[in-house]
Design a protein around this ligand. Structure first.
Ligand code: FAD
Ligand code: DLZ
Ligand code: SF4
Length: 517
């Protein structure tokens, strides 16, 4: 029989290791829409539409190119609901002599794939996913024997390995990291051009109908669906970024403006994670815009760092730390996720806007995920499981390998500091500086305690106070305890009482939003 090549929903590239070098008359490609994947958490409706539509378009593209594709739709009567079940059915249809599959992005799926050699009669070959600069083994080698893992040092290795922004063996411009130049507050000069929006075609409209009928109780709106679902569309989105937005990407990377959901961000994560765009190619294009004088070094370095620094780093970290990472809770955070993460119903204007964007676009930009939604979850002590589920559900670019390190380790410090050298805790002052949210908020960032105070202010001190034992010895954060100690007991008590009074008002959402029973 032929070689059976299963392609998972986030492996949508003809350059995939399992297709490269194969001949068409000897290969059956298998793609599967399965219930288990669509519901292991109750993904945002746009996320399911994006993945199914991109899968269907990719299957059509392969067929047009002459490949044999066996595509199982979700509503196929005999669909078993799982990857392993579908491989079993496909082996009886095609009697393959071998199965060639690229390792899964997620641990949960990889566990299932590793059982295939015992389950099926034919040879099973599991190939490394070489869409990353660093292999899983390479990261492990780098990480082993270090006391602390820091993105910065790993990033430098990746710069050397790829040769991106290098001047011989030195970083272009003399410095590896220009993040300090990338902290402009929003201002009137900002006038970001709109990103290209892609109208749903017939394939996407079919999937929208399917999702509306089968996943009606999942979070999120479908009204604004505009994600690229093919390689051509993704390339058009990338072109627009390199023509219109990369110049200002760096300076305004951390800025937030009410109602402005994209600003100068690339909005390419959904396409990159699906396989529609190659991250290394994007970095090369970014470098070219610097070399051609179209974009400043701080913007280009910033963009490249996100991709070959952070993105590669969290992926290596995930495989290095799993499965423990999903149950870490170093700060013993036990509070339920507040309902407003789903409804957006809160007077905190920053949070309400971030939840709105999340619901409408299945997207929020990095600083919103980190310093608004994430910072609140950290300070309020929300339990990591519920925060992890939320992020995995709500973002169209969310796969556990990238979501979990960002959530558990970066925002919640649940791993006790393996990834981040300190918790990203901030008071209302930071959000006020980086956004226009506070001006029309019912709370005031300059009020420290009491009813009118921005809740981030007392929550910040409540957090620092309750984790003093752990954080006081951290050289990047320990100093703030002298500020706390100088306040005197009355002021301290006011902070703690204000925080408690606020925390008492939070309504927990319950688990039904994120998971089926
Ligand atoms: P840009 O700002 O244009 O950045 C360019 C690219 O860099 C992104 O497309 C992305 O591929 C990469 N990148 C940037 N930051 C990170 C990062 N911290 N980790 C990994 N890659 C990064 N990104 C995801 O792709 N999936 C997730 O599930 C996800 N969850 C996150 C959860 C939290 C709590 C935080 C703080 C960040 C998370 N990110 C995640 C990273 C980042 O927020 C998104 O990649 C980014 O907002 C996507 O929008 P963009 O393409 O416009 O990014
Ligand atoms: C996220 C997702 C969803 C919703 N549905 C499917 C699917 O039906 N079929 C599929 O092949 N992939 C799907 N995915 C993406 C997978 O979860 C993704 O391939 C894994 O995260 C990889 O480990
Ligand atoms: Fe958010 Fe506080 Fe600003 Fe209101 S005052 S928008 S709650 S940071």
């Amino acid at each position: 029989g032929p070689v059976l090549v299963p392609i998972l929903g986030d492996q949508l590239t003809r350059d995939l290791a399992s297709i490269r070098g194969r001949t068409k008359d000897d290969t059956v490609i298998l793609m599967m829409e399965v219930w288990d994947e669509a519901t292991y958490v109750k993904h945002h409706k746009q996320k399911i539409v994006l993945i199914f539509s991109a899968m269907r378009h990719f299957a059509a593209e392969l067929r047009d190119a002459g490949w044999t594709v066996d595509y199982v739709t979700l509503d196929d009567e005999d669909n078993s609901g799982s990857f392993t079940g579908e491989i079993a059915r496909a082996t009886s249809r095609h009697d393959p002599r071998a199965i060639h599959v690229v390792e899964a992005g997620e641990w949960r799926v990889q566990q299932a794939i590793e059982e295939w050699p015992d389950k099926f009669d034919c040879e099973v070959e599991i190939l490394p996913d070489d869409r990353f600069v660093a292999s899983i083994a390479e990261f492990r080698e780098w990480a082993e024997g270090r006391d602390a893992l820091r993105m910065e040092y790993f990033y430098r290795e990746m710069r050397r390995k790829t040769g991106l922004l290098m001047d011989g063996d030195k970083p272009e411009g003399g410095q590896w990291n220009l993040d300090k130049q990338n902290r402009e507050s929003p201002d009137d000069e900002m006038d970001a051009p709109e990103r290209p929006k892609f109208e749903p075609d017939e394939t996407t409209r079919d999937v929208i109908e399917l999702v509306q009928s089968r996943f009606a109780d999942h979070f999120g709106s479908l009204d604004n669906f505009a994600w690229p679902v093919t390689r051509d569309e993704a390339e058009e989105a990338a072109d627009a970024f390199f023509e219109e937005r990369i110049e200002n990407f760096g300076p305004y990377q951390d800025a937030m403006v009410h109602g402005e959901d994209d600003l100068y961000h690339s909005m390419l994560s959904t396409s990159i994670n699906l396989g529609l765009l190659d991250p290394l190619e994007l970095c090369q294009r970014a470098e070219a815009s610097y070399r051609d004088g179209k974009a400043p070094l701080n913007s280009v370095e910033g963009f490249i760092r996100q991709l070959i620094g952070w993105r590669e780093y969290v992926r290596g970290f995930y495989w290095y730390q799993m499965p423990g990472l999903q149950s870490n809770n170093a700060l013993n955070a036990q509070r339920g996720l507040p309902e407003f993460y789903w409804t957006g119903e809160t007077d905190m204007r920053c949070l309400a806007d971030c939840v709105r964007s999340t619901r409408d676009n299945a997207h929020a930009h990095h600083i919103q995920r980190l310093m608004v939604l994430g910072n609140f979850a950290l300070l309020a002590g929300i339990n990591p499981r519920e925060v992890q589920d939320w992020y995995l559900v709500v973002y169209a670019d969310a796969y556990e390998w990238v979501e979990l390190p960002n959530v558990a380790a970066m925002i919640l410090y649940a791993d006790g500091g393996n990834l981040a050298s300190k918790p990203y805790a901030a008071s209302g002052n930071y959000i006020n500086k980086m956004s226009d949210y506070c001006k029309e908020c019912r709370y005031s960032p300059s009020k420290k305690t009491g009813e009118a105070a921005c809740p981030f202010n007392p929550l910040y001190w409540h957090f620092m106070h309750r984790h003093r034992d752990r954080l006081e010895s951290n050289h990047r954060i320990g100093r703030i305890y002298s500020t706390w100690d100088r306040m005197g007991e009355d002021k301290q008590q006011e902070y703690l009482d204000s925080a408690e009074a606020f925390l008492d008002t939070l309504e927990p959402a319950g688990r039904g939003w994120a998971r089926n029973d």
